[in-house]
Design a protein around this ligand. Structure first.
Ligand code: NAD
Length: 260
């Protein structure tokens, strides 16, 4: 249905050398978009990922290193991309601890990478979108942008902030051919989630299987992880003309979590 719908568009996906960002980048490429991949590393594997994706989908794919915890590097990423019709603000990290013990450096990093980078990249990308009269800003928030869990203060605050930023961006750009929406995933089995499993096993004194079933997916009524391909498909839909009047809202892809 979406084959070639994004031909001629360039998509910049922050934090896209793994997990959801990579899944979204792949679906955008499959729909015909040229893609800029990003992370803070500059490894041979990052550039190989781009080259392999380019030959798999027959589109232009580049990898640009930029640290999304730094305002100037966020803005430089958009400048180096040259063109950015579709911006996917996806980079994110997690840390879990009670508020009194929450390390200040972790708080600062989560706010910077998960929230402020979306502001900086959006600010840098909007002027060109305004000139073209077409643009899509897709923010990867979370079920934690709409609801909370204990011990995730920085993450929940940042993701609620991203949902707020999404609404403001949409209102400022309404009627200019530019939309801004947030995708709110539930649990997707990516490295960010994989890393939480050992801590949760310790905290709850449970096996891996029990943590997945009784802790992580306890709030996901479907009892299943969402997938990176489903996030990608949602992003392609939001970038398509079918979604031209969808703006300033959140789309939950969370197996029913936020319906509870
Ligand atoms: P992941 O750890 O697989 O991917 C995170 C990506 O961000 C990686 O590519 C990493 O290299 C990049 N990144 C981290 N710090 C960076 C920095 N300083 N500069 C540039 N890039 C950086 O995790 P994921 O699950 O794919 O998460 C992607 C997004 O989806 C995050 O914003 C996360 O909060 C959100 N999310 C994930 C889930 C889930 O269950 N996996 C659920 C809801 C929301």
């Amino acid at each position: 249905m979406f084959e070639n719908v994004l031909k001629g568009k360039t998509a910049v996906v922050t934090g896209s050398n793994s997990g959801i960002g990579l899944g979204i980048a792949r679906e955008l490429a499959a729909a015909g978009a040229d893609v800029v991949l990003n992370s803070f590393t500059n490894d041979e594997a990052d550039h190989k990922l781009a080259a392999d994706m380019a030959s798999e989908f027959g589109v232009d794919v580049r990898y640009i290193q930029a640290d999304m915890s730094k305002a100037d590097e966020c803005r430089a990423l958009i400048e180096k991309a040259g063109s950015c019709d579709i911006l996917v603000n996806n980079a994110g990290i997690q840390h879990v601890a009670p508020i009194p013990e929450f390390p200040v450096d972790k708080w600062d990093a989560i706010i910077a990478i998960n929230m402020s980078s979306a502001f900086h990249c959006t600010a840098a990308a909007l002027p060109e979108m305004q000139k073209k009269g077409w643009g899509r800003v897709i923010n990867i928030a979370s079920a934690h942008g709409l609801t909370a869990s204990p011990y995730k203060s920085a993450y929940v605050a940042a993701k609620h902030g991203v949902v707020g930023l999404t609404k403001v961006t949409a209102l400022e750009e309404a009627g200019k051919g530019i939309t801004c929406n947030a995708i709110c995933p539930g649990y997707v089995l990516t490295p960010i989630v994989e890393k939480q499993i050992p801590d949760q096993m310790k905290t709850h004194n449970m096996s891996r299987e029990d943590v997945i079933k009784n802790v992580m997916l306890a709030r996901q009524p479907s009892g299943e992880f969402a997938t990176v391909e489903q996030m990608g498909g949602t992003a392609v839909f939001l970038a398509s003309d079918a979604a031209a009047q969808i703006t300033g809202t959140t789309i939950s892809v969370d197996g029913g979590w936020t319906a509870l």
